[in-house]
Design a protein around this ligand. Structure first.
Ligand code: FAD
Ligand code: NAP
Length: 316
């Protein structure tokens, strides 16, 4: 039977859309994707979720959203969409476990995934010292030396977190100013002043060095003079250089801008409608600017309200 609404993704955007859609009696199905809970799932502390002045972990926050959505009778499917046809109506999709669904409306909340440096040596040592998640892999480097690359919120949070586990943390950044929030930069400098973090600014990584045991070091070159390089002896490299929107599935079907799905194709301003009526998008998949849990949730709410209006007008 054709569903009223399928939500793709289980980050803050997907769960918030589910909560609003369920309350509007749309009986949504939410497909979690391989990364259930989304980007926040491995974050140790969230300090900017309104109403939680004591810090809450990403796992805890996403678990609460999951419980909230299930209590309101969202049908949650632990599966991943591998094919979608948005050119036909009702929309049609197939999941990894070969389940087929049709739906009158779709909310895309597929978020983003970690960006990599693109070095051949990075691929070679992925999972053997190269990681994008300090919370998942930091423990393997207890009392060892590690490096983090990046200058945004993620890189600084990862470096701060690792400084409580590793005996030395290098933070490698290609500029000498940070785009991270000031509060985090201040904490970073406190750690630098306590010799817990060593800053390597205006450097890029040219090679990750290792052997059969995994990563043993990293070669970093000055951006001003490529011949000016250093080798840092480390057992782990944490890559925190931003993320890439998860939109491959929708390529050649929806209008996009650098991989971000374009919205606002509707009669009212600020809508979540994509270039195909009945297909809505929310969260990091549409947003290259704010990329926060709260903004993802807010647009998930908007997408559910937009889907509800669409169904009222064109389907029921
Ligand atoms: P995501 O959280 O990226 O979720 C995307 C979902 O889509 C996943 O569940 C995935 O499984 C699913 N999916 C993808 N493809 C498919 C498919 N084909 N089929 C089915 N499902 C699919 N923001 C803050 O406000 N505060 C913080 O403290 C904070 N800390 C962060 C720490 C880190 C390390 C990172 C990386 C980000 C952090 N952010 C933080 C940003 C925040 O995580 C994101 O803005 C937010 O998670 C975006 O939510 P989303 O729902 O759009 O997508
Ligand atoms: P980001 O803000 O996009 O920062 C990426 C960093 O990596 C930048 O410093 C960038 O350098 C650097 N970089 C990019 N490509 C690089 C490359 N090829 N080589 C070397 N360095 C490279 O990404 P993010 O830190 O992952 O944050 C993503 C989003 O999640 C942001 O919106 C952020 O606010 C949010 N977030 C929030 C929190 C929080 O609220 N506490 C925590 C984590 C993440 P340049 O600065 O030179 O461009």
């Amino acid at each position: 039977m054709t569903k009223k609404l399928i939500i793709i993704g289980s980050g803050p955007a997907g769960y918030t859309a589910a909560i609003y859609a369920a309350r509007a009696n749309l009986n949504p199905i939410l497909i979690t994707g391989d990364n259930a809970g989304g980007q926040l799932i491995n974050t140790d502390k969230i300090e900017n979720w309104p109403g939680d002045h004591t810090t809450i972990s990403g796992f805890e926050l996403m678990h609460r959203m999951y419980i909230h959505a299930t209590k309101l009778n969202t049908y949650i499917l632990n599966d991943h969409v591998i094919t979608i046809d948005l050119k036909r109506k009702p929309f049609f999709l197939i999941t990894k476990t070969k389940k087929e669904y049709t739906a009158h409306t779709i909310i895309i909340a597929t978020g983003a995934l970690a960006r990599y440096l693109g070095l051949p040596s990075e691929k070679k040592f992925q999972g053997r010292g190269v990681s994008t998640c300090a919370i998942c892999d930091g423990f393997f480097h207890k009392n060892k030396s590690v490096a983090v690359v990046g200058g945004g919120n993620t890189a600084i949070e990862e470096a701060l977190y690792l400084s409580n586990i590793a005996n030395k943390v290098y933070l490698i950044h290609r500029r000498n100013t940070f785009r991270a929030e000031k509060i985090l930069v201040k904490r970073l400098y406190d750690k630098i002043n306590n010799n817990q973090i060593v800053l390597c600014t205006n450097y890029i990584i040219s090679e990750i060095i290792g052997d059969t045991s995994g990563v043993t070091g990293v070669k970093i070159c000055s951006i001003n003079n490529i011949n000016n390089y250093k080798i840092l002896n480390i057992s782990g490299l944490f890559i925190a250089i931003g993320n890439i929107p998860n939109s491959n599935l929708f390529k050649n079907q929806l209008d996009m801008n650098n991989g971000y799905i374009k919205v606002n194709y509707n009669i009212h301003e600020n809508s979540t409608q994509t270039s195909i009526p009945g297909v809505f998008a929310a969260g990091d998949i549409v947003d290259h600017i704010y990329r926060q849990a709260i903004t993802a949730s807010a647009s998930g709410c908007m997408a559910a309200l937009d889907a509800e209006r669409y169904i009222e007008k064109y389907i029921s």
